[in-house]
Design a protein. Structure first.
Length: 259
């Protein structure tokens, strides 16, 4: 009996020691996978914080099990294609307060349908590819960017139909219509369908061109008629200016003899 108790005690001690060893390995593994300049912690999943890390680009060695990713307050200028494709558990992505100007068409491929929060506010984004936010389910924050309001932006926001707040917070820094500059995009979109402007502009150009040709033809016809009238008047005056034809004496005598 004493032998059994001793064996159980040693087995329990070994199990606890083994468990501690496994946990230590896991923690060391997570720490070793943390990108340079970032802090990693476990709280409902792996949280990776790279805030204020003087990053100039998005790290490419992010742990695949990342759930929360903070890349705010850095010097990132672009979001390349498929940069987050391996982060299948990513729920929160904060890229605010950077210098982002370019977002590639497939920048959020692989995480668009799993993200719950995407923060792109306080950057330098003027425009994006019309498919950049395709299938994005996250609540997006894209305010405080120098947006250029045009057809592409209208298509982008329509593809983010569930993000009503997004459209409300977008202010047109510039616009295809000058009167929309400085106004909320939602008001501008309600005033005019920006995707129909090129067609309308083309129609107006055709009308102006046709009117110009018509005016030229009418002007030519009027000029031609007036010129002919002037030539006819001059010819008539010339004929009137000619001296009358006088009868010769022998012609008058001939006439008298016949009578």
């Amino acid at each position: 009996m004493h032998f059994v108790d001793l064996w159980l005690t040693r087995s329990l001690s070994m199990c606890l020691l083994l468990q501690s060893f496994v946990l230590m390995i896991l923690c060391f593994h997570s720490a070793s996978m943390c990108p340079k300049g970032c802090l990693c912690s476990h709280s409902g999943g792996l949280n990776v914080s790279c805030s204020n890390a003087n990053l100039k680009e998005i790290p490419r060695d992010l742990p695949p099990e990342t759930v929360l990713l903070y890349l705010d307050s850095n010097q990132i200028t672009s979001i390349p294609n498929e940069i987050f494709k391996d982060l299948h558990q990513l729920r929160v992505l904060n890229l605010s307060k950077n210098g982002i100007e370019f977002i590639d068409e497939h920048a959020f491929k692989g995480v668009a349908e799993t993200l719950q929060t995407l923060d792109l506010s306080d950057n330098r984004i003027k425009s994006v590819h019309k498919n950049a936010f395709n299938n994005l389910k996250a609540r997006a924050r894209i305010a405080n960017n120098p947006w250029h309001c045009d057809c592409t932006l209208q298509q982008v926001l329509r593809s983010m139909a569930s993000n009503h707040e997004t459209a409300n917070n977008v202010i047109c820094k510039t616009s295809v219509l000058d009167e929309h500059a400085g106004r909320p995009f939602l008001n501008a979109a309600n005033d005019a369908d920006l995707c129909n402007l090129p067609k309308k502009t083309t129609d107006y150009a055709m009308l102006v061109t046709m009117f110009g040709w018509f005016t030229m033809v009418i002007s030519y016809v009027v000029y031609y008629v007036r010129q002919n009238q002037e030539d006819a008047r001059r010819h008539l005056e010339y004929l009137k200016s000619l001296p009358s034809r006088q009868k010769k004496p022998d012609e008058a005598d001939d006439i008298s003899t016949v009578v």
